[in-house]
Design a protein around this ligand. Structure first.
Ligand SMILES: NC(=O)c1ccc[n+]([C@@H]2O[C@H](COP(=O)([O-])OP(=O)(O)OC[C@H]3O[C@@H](n4cnc5c(N)ncnc54)[C@H](O)[C@@H]3O)[C@@H](O)[C@H]2O)c1
Length: 362
């Protein structure tokens, strides 16, 4: 049997507690990895993680963590601003890196991370986790089979209502210096990754970003300025000729984690939709062939059993398996970099009020 990989999680907040820490615990049970350390400057977060997941070592500074003997890999679950410095330091220390999305604060940053990983010959992963939802894998294989014919149009929505209340205080996601972009990098990045996974590379974008409420309470008292987008919409073309509309918003009152795609092709169409806690991810709506199309009929199709082992822990499980097998994980830093290029193109487009072609120069 192969040696268990020694893994640490950096940042012990929301996504670490919900996905990364329990995922590595699953790997521990499967005998493929061992969760050896957690790192966060907030003692209450490391203490909670240590107690919940029985983690032997705790660190407040990732530079100290990297001195831990025998460490193989890290998951980076910190706010976006520290993805690049922590990744570069981890790669320099020879560690395999899974990083949260969006990969970086800018395209230049994502390029540096991608190049550093190549140089270090380390495995990488990015937690665009919706690829691993059963219905997303099913949609991917239907599209690959060509059963829908030529894809004409795709409509993507990703909505929640987390900012619709003006009394909701500013957190790091509403501060450009900590997050880079707002909803664009936070929610639309997932849709961009699904678009690339299902349809192909994006060749141009025309975007609009909007900050709906500009002033919000600060957690310590007083009022602060929101300088990230609350909602974003963009038209996009794919290099295979398909056209798409992407919408993402935190002002979608009543929505929890609503993600939907409608895909229309020359021979058929499908609808993918999930709600809070990925509910609905085990079925799609499918209209296949002229018979159904004549009656404008969509059938509810359960996702076949072979896709149902996909779950929110699979990105980390795949990362660990990829290191053992010496293969690329999916999605990885190359995917994070491609996504970052679309994010940057959307920002340029919104700022300058024009279509922007991809790939970007420079
Ligand atoms: N893939 C997904 O579905 C998904 C979902 C939510 C969040 N995310 C991403 O995960 C990342 C974290 O988001 P979150 O919601 O968990 O944020 P959070 O605020 O809940 O947690 C962030 C944690 O990182 C810690 N931290 C900050 N700087 C650090 C540093 N230098 N070293 C170690 N720890 C540090 C904070 O103290 C905090 O505990 C973001 O990049 C976000 O975009 C991804």
């Amino acid at each position: 049997m192969t040696r268990r990989l020694r893994v640490a999680v950096i940042g012990a907040g929301g996504i670490a507690s919900l996905r990364h820490l329990p995922a590595y615990k699953q790997c521990e049970n499967a005998g493929t990895a061992e969760l050896v350390a957690v790192c966060d400057p907030l003692a209450e977060n490391t203490q909670r993680a240590q107690e919940t997941f029985a983690i032997p070592h705790v660190f407040a500074d990732y530079r100290e963590l990297f001195k831990l003997p025998g460490l193989d890999a890290v998951s980076i679950c910190t706010p976006n601003v520290s993805h690049e410095p922590i990744s570069l330091a981890a790669l320099e220390a020879g560690l395999h890196v899974m990083c949260e999305k969006p990969l970086a604060m800018s395209l230049a940053g994502a390029r540096r991370m991608y190049e550093a990983a190549k140089q270090a010959e380390c495995r990488t992963a990015v937690n665009f986790r919706y690829r691993w939802i059963p219905a997303a894998g099913f949609v991917h294989d239907i599209l690959q089979s060509g059963e829908l014919g030529e894809i004409y149009q795709v409509y993507f929505n990703y909505f929640n209502g987390s900012l619709h209340d003006p009394a909701t205080p500013i957190r790091w996601r509403q501060v450009r210096a900590e997050s880079g972009t707002g909803v664009l990098g936070d929610l639309a990045s997932h849709l961009i990754d699904l678009g690339r996974y299902w349809i192909g590379e994006i060749s141009s974008v025309n975007a609009r970003l909007r900050t709906i409420i500009r002033k919000r309470p600060l957690i310590g008292g007083g009022t602060g300025e929101v300088d990230t987008d609350d909602s974003c919409s963009f038209f996009a073309t794919f290099s295979n000729g398909a056209e798409a509309v992407f919408n993402a918003s935190r002002f979608a009152t009543g929505r929890g984690n609503h993600q939907r795609a409608e895909i229309y092709g020359s021979k058929g169409a499908l609808i993918y939709e999930i709600e809070k806690h990925d509910r609905g991810g085990d079925q799609i709506q499918l209209c296949l062939g002229s018979g159904q199309a004549r009656y404008n009929a969509f059938a509810t199709v359960p996702v076949p059993p072979e896709y149902l082992s996909c779950n929110p822990f699979r990105p980390m499980i795949d990362f660990v398996d990829a290191i053992h097998a010496n293969r690329e994980a999916s999605p990885n830093f190359a995917d994070g970099l491609h996504c970052q290029e679309v994010l940057e193109a959307a920002e340029i487009s919104a700022r300058e009020g024009r279509w922007v072609a991809l790939p970007l120069k420079g």
